[in-house]
Design a protein around this ligand. Structure first.
Ligand code: ACM
Ligand code: ZN
Length: 457
Protein backbone atom coordinates (compact mmCIF):
# COMPACT_ATOMS: atom_id res chain seq x y z
CA UNK A 1 0.00 0.00 0.00
CA UNK A 2 2.83 2.34 0.92
CA UNK A 3 4.49 1.68 -2.46
CA UNK A 4 1.25 2.49 -4.29
CA UNK A 5 0.90 5.68 -2.31
CA UNK A 6 4.49 6.69 -3.07
CA UNK A 7 3.95 5.97 -6.77
CA UNK A 8 0.81 8.10 -6.77
CA UNK A 9 2.59 10.86 -4.91
CA UNK A 10 5.47 10.77 -7.37
CA UNK A 11 3.19 11.19 -10.36
CA UNK A 12 1.03 13.82 -8.66
CA UNK A 13 3.85 16.07 -7.46
CA UNK A 14 6.50 17.63 -9.60
CA UNK A 15 9.10 20.08 -8.51
CA UNK A 16 8.48 23.36 -10.30
CA UNK A 17 10.71 26.34 -10.46
CA UNK A 18 9.21 29.26 -8.64
CA UNK A 19 9.66 31.38 -11.77
CA UNK A 20 6.82 29.40 -13.31
CA UNK A 21 4.60 31.07 -10.78
CA UNK A 22 6.62 34.26 -10.47
CA UNK A 23 7.03 33.93 -6.74
CA UNK A 24 9.29 36.68 -5.38
CA UNK A 25 11.43 35.90 -3.50
CA UNK A 26 11.71 32.34 -4.68
CA UNK A 27 10.77 29.88 -1.90
CA UNK A 28 13.34 27.24 -1.00
CA UNK A 29 11.20 24.27 -2.10
CA UNK A 30 8.12 24.25 -4.28
CA UNK A 31 6.24 21.06 -5.23
CA UNK A 32 3.31 21.34 -7.55
CA UNK A 33 0.46 18.89 -7.11
CA UNK A 34 -2.55 18.15 -9.24
CA UNK A 35 -5.62 20.34 -8.94
CA UNK A 36 -6.50 23.73 -7.60
CA UNK A 37 -8.08 25.17 -4.50
CA UNK A 38 -11.09 27.37 -5.28
CA UNK A 39 -11.60 30.55 -3.32
CA UNK A 40 -15.01 31.91 -2.46
CA UNK A 41 -13.94 35.52 -3.06
CA UNK A 42 -11.29 37.10 -5.22
CA UNK A 43 -8.83 37.31 -2.34
CA UNK A 44 -7.31 34.86 0.12
CA UNK A 45 -8.92 35.25 3.52
CA UNK A 46 -7.52 33.91 6.75
CA UNK A 47 -10.72 31.85 6.97
CA UNK A 48 -9.55 29.85 3.92
CA UNK A 49 -6.53 28.63 5.83
CA UNK A 50 -6.00 26.26 8.74
CA UNK A 51 -3.01 27.41 10.82
CA UNK A 52 -0.95 24.98 12.87
CA UNK A 53 1.87 26.13 15.14
CA UNK A 54 4.99 23.98 14.85
CA UNK A 55 7.93 25.09 16.98
CA UNK A 56 10.35 22.99 14.91
CA UNK A 57 10.05 25.31 11.90
CA UNK A 58 12.60 28.09 11.42
CA UNK A 59 11.91 31.60 12.67
CA UNK A 60 9.82 33.34 9.97
CA UNK A 61 9.65 30.05 8.05
CA UNK A 62 6.49 28.21 7.01
CA UNK A 63 5.20 25.05 5.42
CA UNK A 64 2.26 25.57 3.09
CA UNK A 65 0.12 22.70 1.86
CA UNK A 66 -2.56 23.47 -0.70
CA UNK A 67 -4.88 20.65 -1.74
CA UNK A 68 -8.25 20.88 -3.54
CA UNK A 69 -10.08 20.68 -0.22
CA UNK A 70 -7.86 22.62 2.23
CA UNK A 71 -5.04 25.04 2.74
CA UNK A 72 -2.86 24.26 5.74
CA UNK A 73 -0.07 26.49 7.01
CA UNK A 74 2.45 25.39 9.60
CA UNK A 75 4.71 27.98 11.19
CA UNK A 76 6.49 28.52 14.46
CA UNK A 77 5.25 32.11 14.86
CA UNK A 78 3.14 34.92 13.43
CA UNK A 79 5.71 35.97 10.82
CA UNK A 80 5.74 32.55 9.14
CA UNK A 81 1.95 32.56 8.96
CA UNK A 82 2.01 36.06 7.52
CA UNK A 83 4.55 35.08 4.84
CA UNK A 84 2.53 31.99 3.93
CA UNK A 85 -0.41 34.34 3.30
CA UNK A 86 1.81 36.54 1.12
CA UNK A 87 2.84 33.48 -0.87
CA UNK A 88 -0.80 32.52 -1.28
CA UNK A 89 -1.58 36.02 -2.55
CA UNK A 90 1.19 35.65 -5.14
CA UNK A 91 -0.07 32.19 -6.12
CA UNK A 92 -3.65 33.30 -6.62
CA UNK A 93 -4.87 33.04 -10.21
CA UNK A 94 -8.36 34.47 -10.66
CA UNK A 95 -10.17 32.59 -7.89
CA UNK A 96 -7.81 29.62 -7.80
CA UNK A 97 -4.62 28.60 -6.12
CA UNK A 98 -2.57 25.79 -7.67
CA UNK A 99 -2.20 22.79 -5.36
CA UNK A 100 1.31 22.59 -4.02
CA UNK A 101 3.59 22.13 -1.08
CA UNK A 102 5.99 24.94 -0.26
CA UNK A 103 8.69 24.97 2.36
CA UNK A 104 10.31 28.32 2.89
CA UNK A 105 12.44 30.28 5.32
CA UNK A 106 14.56 33.39 4.86
CA UNK A 107 18.31 33.30 4.50
CA UNK A 108 18.68 36.52 6.49
CA UNK A 109 16.93 37.93 9.54
CA UNK A 110 17.46 41.49 8.23
CA UNK A 111 15.76 42.18 4.91
CA UNK A 112 15.86 45.92 4.88
CA UNK A 113 14.54 48.87 2.96
CA UNK A 114 15.75 52.40 3.69
CA UNK A 115 13.52 55.41 3.09
CA UNK A 116 15.17 58.82 3.42
CA UNK A 117 12.62 61.45 4.33
CA UNK A 118 15.07 64.10 5.47
CA UNK A 119 15.62 65.18 1.87
CA UNK A 120 12.04 64.80 0.68
CA UNK A 121 9.12 64.04 2.91
CA UNK A 122 6.88 61.23 1.68
CA UNK A 123 4.11 61.34 4.28
CA UNK A 124 2.27 58.77 6.33
CA UNK A 125 0.23 57.18 3.57
CA UNK A 126 3.28 56.58 1.37
CA UNK A 127 5.23 55.09 4.26
CA UNK A 128 2.35 52.73 5.04
CA UNK A 129 2.00 51.81 1.41
CA UNK A 130 5.72 51.02 1.35
CA UNK A 131 5.45 48.86 4.44
CA UNK A 132 2.74 46.95 2.61
CA UNK A 133 4.81 46.64 -0.59
CA UNK A 134 7.92 45.55 1.31
CA UNK A 135 6.04 42.92 3.24
CA UNK A 136 4.62 41.46 0.02
CA UNK A 137 8.16 40.46 -0.95
CA UNK A 138 8.91 39.39 2.62
CA UNK A 139 11.15 42.32 3.51
CA UNK A 140 10.97 42.97 7.21
CA UNK A 141 12.95 46.09 8.22
CA UNK A 142 12.02 49.67 7.42
CA UNK A 143 15.16 51.70 8.08
CA UNK A 144 13.69 55.16 8.53
CA UNK A 145 16.23 57.90 7.82
CA UNK A 146 14.48 60.76 9.61
CA UNK A 147 17.25 63.26 10.26
CA UNK A 148 19.91 64.80 8.06
CA UNK A 149 21.39 68.10 6.93
CA UNK A 150 18.36 68.87 4.79
CA UNK A 151 15.55 68.23 7.24
CA UNK A 152 14.43 66.91 10.61
CA UNK A 153 11.25 64.86 10.36
CA UNK A 154 10.46 63.65 13.87
CA UNK A 155 8.52 65.49 16.55
CA UNK A 156 10.53 65.74 19.77
CA UNK A 157 8.45 66.44 22.85
CA UNK A 158 11.49 67.30 24.97
CA UNK A 159 13.13 69.55 22.39
CA UNK A 160 10.37 70.78 20.05
CA UNK A 161 12.60 73.56 18.73
CA UNK A 162 14.47 70.87 16.78
CA UNK A 163 11.58 69.71 14.62
CA UNK A 164 9.93 73.15 14.47
CA UNK A 165 13.04 74.79 13.00
CA UNK A 166 14.58 71.75 11.34
CA UNK A 167 11.57 70.59 9.34
CA UNK A 168 11.38 73.62 7.05
CA UNK A 169 13.84 75.04 4.56
CA UNK A 170 13.44 78.27 2.61
CA UNK A 171 13.95 76.52 -0.71
CA UNK A 172 15.41 73.38 -2.25
CA UNK A 173 17.37 72.25 -5.22
CA UNK A 174 14.82 71.59 -7.95
CA UNK A 175 14.49 69.03 -10.69
CA UNK A 176 17.46 68.98 -13.03
CA UNK A 177 19.71 70.81 -10.58
CA UNK A 178 23.26 69.86 -9.80
CA UNK A 179 26.13 71.60 -8.02
CA UNK A 180 27.11 73.60 -11.13
CA UNK A 181 23.54 74.62 -11.91
CA UNK A 182 21.51 74.22 -8.73
CA UNK A 183 18.13 75.38 -10.14
CA UNK A 184 16.78 76.40 -6.76
CA UNK A 185 13.02 76.22 -6.39
CA UNK A 186 12.68 79.54 -4.58
CA UNK A 187 9.76 78.15 -2.57
CA UNK A 188 9.63 77.08 1.03
CA UNK A 189 9.73 73.33 1.69
CA UNK A 190 7.89 72.30 4.82
CA UNK A 191 7.36 72.33 7.70
CA UNK A 192 7.12 68.56 7.26
CA UNK A 193 7.55 66.17 10.15
CA UNK A 194 5.88 63.15 11.76
CA UNK A 195 4.14 63.74 15.04
CA UNK A 196 4.66 61.07 17.66
CA UNK A 197 1.02 60.05 17.08
CA UNK A 198 1.82 59.56 13.36
CA UNK A 199 4.80 57.44 14.35
CA UNK A 200 2.67 55.27 16.62
CA UNK A 201 0.16 54.76 13.82
CA UNK A 202 2.95 53.75 11.43
CA UNK A 203 4.48 51.42 14.02
CA UNK A 204 1.14 49.68 14.53
CA UNK A 205 0.74 49.29 10.78
CA UNK A 206 4.28 47.92 10.50
CA UNK A 207 3.73 45.47 13.35
CA UNK A 208 0.66 44.11 11.59
CA UNK A 209 2.82 43.58 8.49
CA UNK A 210 5.69 41.90 10.39
CA UNK A 211 7.93 44.87 9.64
CA UNK A 212 10.31 46.29 12.23
CA UNK A 213 10.85 50.05 12.01
CA UNK A 214 14.42 51.07 12.85
CA UNK A 215 14.86 54.85 13.18
CA UNK A 216 18.09 56.62 12.33
CA UNK A 217 19.32 59.76 14.06
CA UNK A 218 22.46 60.46 12.06
CA UNK A 219 25.31 61.92 14.16
CA UNK A 220 27.85 63.49 14.51
CA UNK A 221 27.66 64.84 10.93
CA UNK A 222 24.53 65.09 8.73
CA UNK A 223 22.94 67.21 11.47
CA UNK A 224 22.59 70.68 10.00
CA UNK A 225 18.82 70.60 10.39
CA UNK A 226 19.34 70.15 14.14
CA UNK A 227 21.98 72.89 14.26
CA UNK A 228 19.38 75.44 13.13
CA UNK A 229 18.01 75.33 16.68
CA UNK A 230 21.31 74.39 18.38
CA UNK A 231 24.26 75.97 16.54
CA UNK A 232 26.07 76.12 19.90
CA UNK A 233 26.77 72.38 19.59
CA UNK A 234 29.03 72.87 16.55
CA UNK A 235 32.73 73.71 16.49
CA UNK A 236 32.07 77.04 14.72
CA UNK A 237 29.29 78.13 17.06
CA UNK A 238 26.12 80.19 16.66
CA UNK A 239 27.54 82.95 14.46
CA UNK A 240 28.16 80.75 11.45
CA UNK A 241 25.54 81.63 8.77
CA UNK A 242 25.50 77.96 7.73
CA UNK A 243 23.16 77.26 10.60
CA UNK A 244 20.36 79.65 9.64
CA UNK A 245 18.39 76.93 7.85
CA UNK A 246 18.63 73.27 6.96
CA UNK A 247 20.76 72.61 3.93
CA UNK A 248 19.06 73.69 0.71
CA UNK A 249 21.51 72.11 -1.74
CA UNK A 250 22.48 68.50 -1.24
CA UNK A 251 26.08 67.35 -1.04
CA UNK A 252 28.76 66.43 1.50
CA UNK A 253 29.16 68.77 4.46
CA UNK A 254 31.87 69.59 6.95
CA UNK A 255 29.57 70.60 9.80
CA UNK A 256 29.26 68.23 12.73
CA UNK A 257 28.82 68.18 16.49
CA UNK A 258 31.85 69.57 18.33
CA UNK A 259 33.48 66.52 19.90
CA UNK A 260 34.52 68.57 22.94
CA UNK A 261 31.07 69.96 23.70
CA UNK A 262 29.70 67.86 26.55
CA UNK A 263 26.31 69.63 26.39
CA UNK A 264 26.03 68.57 22.76
CA UNK A 265 26.88 64.96 23.60
CA UNK A 266 24.28 64.92 26.39
CA UNK A 267 21.75 66.46 24.03
CA UNK A 268 22.32 63.63 21.53
CA UNK A 269 21.79 61.11 24.32
CA UNK A 270 18.61 62.84 25.37
CA UNK A 271 17.28 62.62 21.81
CA UNK A 272 18.23 58.92 21.66
CA UNK A 273 16.40 58.45 24.95
CA UNK A 274 13.23 59.96 23.48
CA UNK A 275 13.65 57.85 20.34
CA UNK A 276 13.98 54.70 22.49
CA UNK A 277 10.76 55.58 24.30
CA UNK A 278 8.92 55.89 20.98
CA UNK A 279 10.39 53.06 18.90
CA UNK A 280 10.40 49.50 20.28
CA UNK A 281 13.01 48.20 17.79
CA UNK A 282 15.92 46.30 19.37
CA UNK A 283 18.27 48.34 17.16
CA UNK A 284 18.68 52.11 16.82
CA UNK A 285 20.74 53.57 13.96
CA UNK A 286 23.25 56.21 15.04
CA UNK A 287 24.50 57.15 11.56
CA UNK A 288 28.18 58.04 11.71
CA UNK A 289 28.72 58.37 7.95
CA UNK A 290 30.58 61.08 6.06
CA UNK A 291 32.06 62.97 8.98
CA UNK A 292 35.16 64.70 7.62
CA UNK A 293 37.64 65.65 10.36
CA UNK A 294 38.11 69.25 9.12
CA UNK A 295 36.09 71.06 11.79
CA UNK A 296 37.62 69.03 14.63
CA UNK A 297 41.03 69.77 13.18
CA UNK A 298 40.37 73.53 13.21
CA UNK A 299 38.60 73.63 16.58
CA UNK A 300 40.77 74.61 19.60
CA UNK A 301 38.42 72.78 21.97
CA UNK A 302 38.53 69.56 19.97
CA UNK A 303 42.29 69.83 19.71
CA UNK A 304 42.62 70.41 23.47
CA UNK A 305 40.46 67.34 24.10
CA UNK A 306 42.67 65.28 21.81
CA UNK A 307 45.78 66.38 23.70
CA UNK A 308 44.12 65.63 27.02
CA UNK A 309 43.16 62.12 25.87
CA UNK A 310 46.43 61.48 24.02
CA UNK A 311 44.65 61.04 20.68
CA UNK A 312 46.69 61.41 17.52
CA UNK A 313 44.00 61.39 14.85
CA UNK A 314 40.62 63.20 14.72
CA UNK A 315 38.93 59.97 13.72
CA UNK A 316 39.56 58.70 17.22
CA UNK A 317 37.13 61.38 18.40
CA UNK A 318 34.43 59.74 16.34
CA UNK A 319 35.36 56.28 17.66
CA UNK A 320 35.00 57.67 21.16
CA UNK A 321 31.50 58.96 20.35
CA UNK A 322 30.52 55.66 18.75
CA UNK A 323 31.53 53.86 21.96
CA UNK A 324 29.64 56.37 24.04
CA UNK A 325 26.35 56.13 22.13
CA UNK A 326 26.56 52.34 21.77
CA UNK A 327 26.98 52.11 25.54
CA UNK A 328 24.15 54.55 26.15
CA UNK A 329 21.81 52.52 23.96
CA UNK A 330 22.99 49.20 25.41
CA UNK A 331 22.01 50.48 28.86
CA UNK A 332 18.48 50.85 27.42
CA UNK A 333 18.54 47.34 25.98
CA UNK A 334 19.18 48.50 22.40
CA UNK A 335 21.90 47.74 19.92
CA UNK A 336 23.46 50.62 18.00
CA UNK A 337 23.95 50.36 14.25
CA UNK A 338 26.49 52.62 12.56
CA UNK A 339 27.60 53.20 8.97
CA UNK A 340 30.93 51.73 7.97
CA UNK A 341 32.97 54.95 8.26
CA UNK A 342 32.94 54.34 12.01
CA UNK A 343 34.90 51.11 11.61
CA UNK A 344 38.19 51.27 13.48
CA UNK A 345 40.55 48.87 15.20
CA UNK A 346 38.82 49.52 18.50
CA UNK A 347 35.11 48.83 18.04
CA UNK A 348 32.48 48.34 20.72
CA UNK A 349 31.21 44.71 20.71
CA UNK A 350 27.62 45.82 21.10
CA UNK A 351 27.51 47.53 17.71
CA UNK A 352 26.25 46.40 14.35
CA UNK A 353 27.87 47.80 11.24
CA UNK A 354 26.02 48.81 8.10
CA UNK A 355 28.20 48.80 5.08
CA UNK A 356 27.50 51.17 2.20
CA UNK A 357 30.84 51.68 0.48
CA UNK A 358 32.81 48.69 -0.77
CA UNK A 359 32.10 45.06 0.16
CA UNK A 360 35.74 44.95 1.34
CA UNK A 361 34.69 47.17 4.29
CA UNK A 362 32.03 44.61 5.12
CA UNK A 363 34.64 41.87 5.18
CA UNK A 364 36.84 43.99 7.48
CA UNK A 365 33.92 44.53 9.86
CA UNK A 366 33.04 40.83 9.91
CA UNK A 367 36.67 39.91 10.49
CA UNK A 368 36.73 42.45 13.34
CA UNK A 369 33.99 40.37 14.97
CA UNK A 370 30.99 42.59 14.14
CA UNK A 371 27.61 41.64 12.76
CA UNK A 372 26.91 43.43 9.50
CA UNK A 373 24.10 44.61 7.27
CA UNK A 374 25.15 44.98 3.67
CA UNK A 375 24.06 47.88 1.47
CA UNK A 376 27.01 48.38 -0.87
CA UNK A 377 26.01 51.32 -3.05
CA UNK A 378 27.00 49.66 -6.33
CA UNK A 379 24.35 46.95 -5.80
CA UNK A 380 21.87 48.36 -3.28
CA UNK A 381 21.54 52.14 -3.80
CA UNK A 382 18.49 52.64 -5.96
CA UNK A 383 18.91 56.40 -6.08
CA UNK A 384 21.64 55.58 -8.60
CA UNK A 385 20.72 55.34 -12.31
CA UNK A 386 19.14 52.08 -13.36
CA UNK A 387 20.63 51.98 -16.82
CA UNK A 388 17.43 51.82 -18.81
CA UNK A 389 16.57 53.83 -21.90
CA UNK A 390 14.13 56.72 -21.87
CA UNK A 391 14.33 57.09 -18.10
CA UNK A 392 12.71 60.46 -17.31
CA UNK A 393 13.95 60.63 -13.72
CA UNK A 394 16.93 62.22 -12.08
CA UNK A 395 19.46 60.18 -10.12
CA UNK A 396 22.51 60.71 -7.98
CA UNK A 397 25.65 59.70 -9.83
CA UNK A 398 26.29 59.20 -13.51
CA UNK A 399 25.29 56.34 -15.76
CA UNK A 400 28.80 54.95 -15.26
CA UNK A 401 27.81 53.90 -11.74
CA UNK A 402 24.41 52.55 -12.76
CA UNK A 403 22.81 49.84 -10.68
CA UNK A 404 20.93 47.86 -13.29
CA UNK A 405 18.32 45.28 -12.33
CA UNK A 406 20.79 42.56 -13.31
CA UNK A 407 23.46 44.10 -11.15
CA UNK A 408 21.12 44.30 -8.15
CA UNK A 409 20.30 40.61 -8.66
CA UNK A 410 23.96 39.68 -8.93
CA UNK A 411 24.87 40.77 -5.41
CA UNK A 412 26.40 37.93 -3.40
CA UNK A 413 26.45 38.84 0.31
CA UNK A 414 28.88 36.03 1.15
CA UNK A 415 31.43 36.79 -1.55
CA UNK A 416 34.98 36.60 -0.25
CA UNK A 417 33.88 35.44 3.21
CA UNK A 418 34.86 32.15 4.79
CA UNK A 419 31.69 30.11 5.54
CA UNK A 420 32.48 30.24 9.25
CA UNK A 421 31.92 34.01 9.07
CA UNK A 422 28.60 33.87 7.19
CA UNK A 423 26.49 33.96 10.37
CA UNK A 424 27.82 37.48 10.98
CA UNK A 425 26.03 38.69 7.86
CA UNK A 426 22.65 39.59 9.30
CA UNK A 427 21.21 40.72 6.03
CA UNK A 428 20.94 43.05 3.09
CA UNK A 429 19.21 46.39 2.68
CA UNK A 430 18.35 48.46 -0.35
CA UNK A 431 18.30 52.22 -0.02
CA UNK A 432 16.04 54.93 -1.43
CA UNK A 433 18.10 58.02 -0.71
CA UNK A 434 15.96 61.06 -1.27
CA UNK A 435 18.05 63.91 -2.70
CA UNK A 436 16.61 63.46 -6.20
CA UNK A 437 13.42 61.67 -5.26
CA UNK A 438 10.52 64.02 -4.74
CA UNK A 439 7.57 61.76 -4.05
CA UNK A 440 5.59 58.59 -4.50
CA UNK A 441 5.80 58.50 -8.30
CA UNK A 442 9.57 58.70 -8.73
CA UNK A 443 10.15 56.60 -5.59
CA UNK A 444 8.17 53.79 -7.21
CA UNK A 445 9.96 54.16 -10.51
CA UNK A 446 13.35 53.88 -8.84
CA UNK A 447 12.63 51.18 -6.28
CA UNK A 448 10.77 48.70 -8.48
CA UNK A 449 11.67 46.28 -9.91
CA UNK A 450 15.12 46.64 -8.35
CA UNK A 451 13.77 45.97 -4.85
CA UNK A 452 12.56 42.59 -6.10
CA UNK A 453 16.23 41.82 -6.71
CA UNK A 454 17.14 42.74 -3.13
CA UNK A 455 14.26 40.62 -1.83
CA UNK A 456 15.59 37.71 -3.88
CA UNK A 457 19.14 38.23 -2.61
C1 ACM B 1 25.59 57.07 3.08
O1 ACM B 1 25.25 56.79 1.92
N1 ACM B 1 26.21 58.20 3.34
C2 ACM B 1 25.31 56.15 4.17
ZN1 ZN C 1 35.10 71.28 18.28
Amino acid sequence: MKAVYLLLAATAAVSVSAETWALVPKPRHVWQKRGTYHLATNRVERADVRFVRDGRLAAEGYFLDVSPTAIVVKASAKAGEFYAMKTLEQLMRQREIPCCEIRDSPEFAWRGFLIDEARHFMGKETVKRYIDLMSRVKMNVLHWHLTDDDGWRLELKRHPEVHLKGSVRPESMGHGGDDRDPRMTGTQYGPYFYTQEDVKEILAYAEAHCVKVVPEFDVPAHSRALFVSHPEFTCRGPDDPAFRSPLTMYGPQYECFCAANEDGMRFIEDVFDEICALFPSPEIHIGGDECPPNRWHECPKCQALMRELGLTDERQLQTRMTHRFAKFLAARGRKAIAWDETLSKDMPRNLMMQLWRSPADGRRAVEAGLDVILSPSCWCYFDMPQDCDRDPFQYLGSKACAVSLERAFSFDPYEGLAPTLWPRVKGVECCAWGECTWGWFDLNWKMWPRSFATAEV
